[in-house]
Design a protein around this ligand. Structure first.
Ligand code: FE2
Length: 375
């Protein structure tokens, strides 16, 4: 397999036009505290709440927002329901990568007729602010894609939710703007079937491939393919483990998540130095690369606008594709299991990814993996 890096070509008849990520929903053990963490540490604002008070008897959900980025934290109120079962099996993690579409009924029809397994038939939700249509399909593991059509809805989030705010707690934002991409970890030999799923069922293109020689460290390896929607608004890289001397970090994820799932969500900023400085001061922990990473950085990536000193200080990585460069940094897992983490990314022209950072990232994860005794 060869590394390829093709320019994203608009496809002519997009049967699944996507307007971007609508929201990411996390199933967590304690949504009240998780919402507080994303507000205090990541700079989100309270937006909307649903629970017994709004007619939802088995769960509570908190929606928080920062610019175009919306997270929903959902927790079960009792055992014996799908939210509780999800947490019992996986711990905290991403349940839904929800996508904004012009027509959620059509999105469901077009994807299910191409082989997607239905998660939710189109439903029309109404309240005094209009009508929101949603539907959904399964993807890897227990993760789902929800299709959200909100062109006839003017409410604060969606029917079933009420406005939620706390006048005494409004942490400043950290400059996080929107979801850049979401990465899935899948089982051995399952990367290509999921690539095929995104191609055939959702009309995505494979824009970049990394084989196990591109992404191998001294001990472990993995493979990755980047899938992109026709307009490039939605990108879903897919990783699978590869054979190495020791256990792949994708395998460690699969062990602790108890199956396939979302490995990381990448959040875009226009000023990564400012954003990461702010996140770090609020307690978000990041992976560190050895300072030698910066010794020959400019030889590898060419001219960059930023000063090197703050990048080195914060451990921010720089890489290049054939259209420009990008700056990125990865958090440590945001729960005790070595599963979900976040990436902070600033794009300066680059629309895909470079392979140098993959290696630096996976070496950094491997050092943490070794410290956990799972290598
Ligand atoms: Fe990423």
């Amino acid at each position: 397999m060869q590394t390829t890096n093709e320019t994203i070509q608009p496809i002519t008849a997009d049967f699944l036009p996507l307007e971007g990520t609508d929201y990411v929903e996390f199933y967590v053990g304690n949504a009240k505290q998780a919402a507080h963490y994303y507000m205090s540490a990541f700079g989100f604002q309270a937006l909307a709440y649903a629970g017994p008070e709004t007619g939802m008897k088995d769960r509570a959900s908190y929606a928080v927002r920062q610019h175009k980025l919306t997270f929903v934290l959902t927790t079960p109120l009792r055992t014996g329901n799908p939210v509780a079962d999800h947490i019992y099996k996986h711990g905290d993690g991403v349940k839904a990568l929800s996508l904004r579409v012009p027509d959620a009924t059509l999105a469901w029809e077009e994807t299910t007729k191409r082989g997607a397994r239905s998660y939710m038939e189109p439903v029309r939700l109404n309240d005094g602010d209009g009508e929101l249509v949603m539907s959904g399909i399964h993807t890897y593991g227990d993760t789902v894609h929800l299709f959200i059509e909100r062109k006839n809805y003017k409410g604060i989030f969606m029917p079933g939710y009420r406005a939620w705010s706390n006048p005494h707690f409004k942490p400043t934002d950290t400059g996080l703007l929107y979801v850049d991409h979401c990465v899935g970890n899948v089982n051995w030999n399952q990367m290509n079937p999921w690539v095929k799923f995104y191609e055939e069922v959702m009309g995505f293109k494979n824009i970049l491939s990394f084989d196990d020689e591109d992404i191998s460290t001294e001990y472990s390896a993995l493979m990755s393919k980047v899938m992109s929607s026709g307009n490039g608004f939605v990108k879903f890289p897919i990783n699978e483990p590869a054979e190495g001397k020791k256990k792949s970090q994708v395998e460690e994820y699969l062990d602790f998540y108890n199956g396939e799932g979302c490995q990381h969500v990448a959040l875009a900023t226009n000023d990564i130095v400012k954003t990461v400085t702010e996140l770090q001061s609020r307690g978000v922990e990041f992976l560190k690369v050895p300072t030698t990473y910066y010794d020959d950085l400019l030889d590898r990536v060419g001219h960059i606008d930023e000063d090197l000193a703050p990048l080195r200080e914060l451990g921010i990585l720089v890489d290049r594709d054939n259209e420009g460069y990008l700056l990125q940094l990865f958090s440590k897992p945001v729960e005790d299991r070595p599963t979900l983490f976040f990436e902070i990314i600033q794009r300066k022209g680059a629309k895909s990814f470079g392979k140098g950072n993959f290696k630096a990232l996976f070496e950094a994860i491997e050092r943490e993996q070794e410290a956990r005794g799972n290598l």
